[in-house]
Design a protein around this ligand. Structure first.
Ligand code: ZN
Ligand code: ZN
Length: 362
C-alpha cells in the first residue's frame, strides 16, 4: 500500500510538472518506489512511468526477484538478446514524450537508449519531482530511521572503545564496521576516522595513521538497515584536552544544540543553518565551518532537504535530516558533532542518542 501511494504521488507530481514519462534506474529512487532495486550493474534496468501506465524493463536474471516485489508488467531480456527489443516493446504507447523526467542517479548508458527511444523535447531530473515526496517520511520510514540510528549508537560505542594510542584509524573504522555487520546492517556506508591533523579534512579517508596522545579523533559512521540509513559523528580525545580543544568543542556543541532547538514546522530551513553558523561565528570559528549544516537522510545517506543558506523551503513534520556543524583548523584538528533529527508536529526529536560529551581517554 505504501509503495502504491508513493507511485501515485509521483504520477500526480508528473502531471503537475507536465512530465509525460519518468525513467528510473536501479537506484535509491527505484528502491523508494518499489521497495526493491536489482544490483546496479551494466544491464539495462528501467522503471518507465507514464501518467497512465507503468512498465519495467528488466534483465531476465533479476526478473523473478523483481516480480516478487511488484505487480508492474515486466519486459524481460536475456544477456544473449540484449535490451533493445524489450525497451522498444515497453515504449509502445508511452510516446510521444514532450518532457522526460530522468533518474539523475542512473548510469549515463541507461539514459542514452531512453533518449533515443523517447526523443523528448525537454528533460528534467526526476529528483526534482521526487525530492519533496521523499523528504516527508511516513511513520514506517521514521521508525526504520530510528532503528538504524540506534544501531549507529551501538557501533559508535565499539569505535570509541577501539580508540587507543598505537591503534590506526583503519583499526577504529574496522571496529565500527564489524559492530554494524554483527548487528545486522546490510551495508556499512562509511566509517570515517580522522585523527589529529587529519580531522581538518571533513571527508578524510581512514588511514594507517596511528592514534597518539594529544589527538582529537572524529568518528563519523553510518550504515543501512532495512533499507534506511544512519549517520552519526562523535569525538574522542586521547590524553588531557588542551584549552583550545575544549573551547572549540563547546562552541561546536552549542551550535549543534541551538540548531536542533530551533527546529519546528514552519521555520525556513536556511534558518537552522543561520543559527549553527551564527553560533560558530560569534565564537570566532566562522571561517572554519566550511560546509552546510546538514542533509536529509532516508533510503540514501545524503538526500534533500539540504540544510543550508538559501534553502527557503519550510520545515515540515516527517522531515529527517542531520545537524552536523564542524570546525576544521588546517594542520591542527577538526571537530564535528552530528545528530539525526525528525521534525515533529511541535518541534523535533533527536534519533541519535549517544552522549554529546567529548570522550576523554587519559
Ligand atoms: Zn552527515
Ligand atoms: Zn556523518
Amino acid at each position: 500500500m505504501e509503495m502504491q501511494n508513493r507511485l501515485a504521488l509521483l504520477t500526480k507530481t508528473m502531471q503537475a510538472a507536465n512530465a509525460d514519462l519518468a525513467a528510473i534506474g536501479p537506484t535509491a529512487n527505484m528502491r523508494y518506489l518499489l521497495d526493491y532495486a536489482p544490483h546496479p550493474d551494466e544491464r539495462l534496468c528501467l522503471l518507465l512511468l507514464s501518467r497512465h501506465a507503468a512498465r519495467i524493463v528488466v534483465p531476465s536474471l533479476n526478473a523473478e526477484e523483481m516480480a516478487a516485489h511488484t505487480d508492474i508488467e515486466l519486459y524481460r531480456w536475456t544477456d544473449a538478446e540484449g535490451p533493445q527489443e524489450a525497451l522498444n516493446q515497453a515504449m509502445i504507447g508511452m510516446s510521444p514524450v514532450k518532457k522526460l523526467a530522468f533518474d539523475g542517479e542512473m548510469r549515463a548508458d541507461f539514459l542514452a537508449p531512453v533518449l533515443a527511444a523517447a526523443e523528448p523535447q525537454e528533460t528534467i531530473p526526476v529528483e526534482r519531482l521526487l525530492a519533496p515526496i521523499r523528504a516527508r517520511k511516513s511513520a514506517t520510514e521514521i521508525e526504520a530511521l530510528a532503528v538504524a540510528s540506534a544501531q549507529a549508537d551501538r557501533a559508535m560505542q565499539a569505535a570509541v572503545q577501539a580508540c587507543l594510542p598505537g591503534v590506526t584509524e583503519m583499526d577504529v573504522a574496522w571496529a565500527a564496521e564489524t559492530a554494524f555487520r554483527l548487528d545486522g546492517a546490510e551495508q556499512v556506508t562509511f566509517t570515517l576516522v580522522a585523527s589529529g591533523p587529519n580531522g581538518a579534512y571533513p571527508h578524510h579517508h581512514s588511514s594507517r595513521r596511528q592514534l597518539r596522545y594529544g589527538d582529537a579523533i572524529i568518528i563519523d559512521i553510518g550504515a543501512s538497515l532495512n533499507g534506511y540509513h544512519s549517520d552519526i559523528t562523535r569525538m574522542v580525545f586521547l590524553g588531557d584536552p588542551p584549552e583550545e580543544i575544549l573551547r572549540t568543542y563547546e562552541a561546536v556543541l552549542e551550535a549543534n544544540e541551538r540548531g536542533r532547538a530551533a527546529i519546528r514546522p514552519g521555520v525556513a530551513i536556511q534558518e537552522i543553518d543561520r543559527i549553527t553558523r551564527g553560533t560558530l561565528e560569534n565564537a570566532g570559528y566562522g571561517k572554519y565551518f566550511i560546509h552546510r549544516t546538514g542533509h536529509g537522510i532516508g533510503v540514501e545517506v545524503h538526500e534533500p532537504p539540504w540544510i543550508m543558506a538559501g534553502n527557503e523551503q519550510l520545515l515540515e513534520p516527517g522531515m529527517v535530516f542531520s545537524v552536523e556543524p564542524g570546525v576544521y583548523i588546517p594542520g591542527k584538528f577538526g571537530i564535528r558533532i552530528e545528530d539525526i533529527v525528525v521534525v515533529t508536529e511541535t518541534g523535533c526529536h533527536t534519533l541519535t542518542s549517544s552522549s554529546h560529551q567529548l570522550v576523554v581517554k587519559r
